[in-house]
Design a protein around this ligand. Structure first.
Ligand code: FES
Length: 140
């Protein structure tokens, strides 16, 4: 599969992961250009329906990137986000979609390399498993 054709959606907390992504870009770190970032005030706002909609709209992989555990600006938003991600993985599995296409990462605003690694990890998973079956069904 052409990795440039891979679609990855990242739901990123504005305080940490979004800034880490920005830092990665401004310091010219190399990572696959196939990620689309959705900025959230806190990952605690994530809901299963948002994750599933990203897949329905053609994402091959989705990840949520929040502050380090214990450092969420809204106390436990990132802990809630991890629970939502784990729950949604079960829904994906029941729907016959590899739950590895969804992941949660934690990072601080200065961890640009960790954001880069998250994108590479998810891109590699898509490379291994191919395009999302939902995408194949909607774009034969
Ligand atoms: Fe960053 Fe909650 S403020 S995950």
């Amino acid at each position: 599969m052409d990795l440039n054709d891979t679609k990855i959606v990242a739901f990123a907390c504005t305080y940490c992961a979004y800034n880490a992504a920005d830092l990665a870009g401004s310091t010219r770190m190399q990572y696959p250009p196939n990620v689309r970032i959705v900025k959230l005030l806190c990952t605690g706002k994530i809901e299963p329906i948002l994750l599933l909609e990203a897949f329905r709209h053609g994402a091959d992989a989705v990840f949520v990137a929040g502050c380090m555990e214990g450092e969420c600006h809204f106390l436990q938003g990132n802990l809630r986000a991890r629970q939502v991600v784990e729950y949604t993985k079960k829904l994906l599995e029941e729907a016959g979609i590899d739950p590895g296409r969804l992941e949660m990462f934690n990072m601080s605003a200065s961890m640009a390399q960790k954001f880069v690694e998250a994108v590479k990890t998810m891109t590699e998973r898509v490379r291994e498993h191919g395009p999302s079956p939902l995408r194949r069904a909607t774009n034969p």
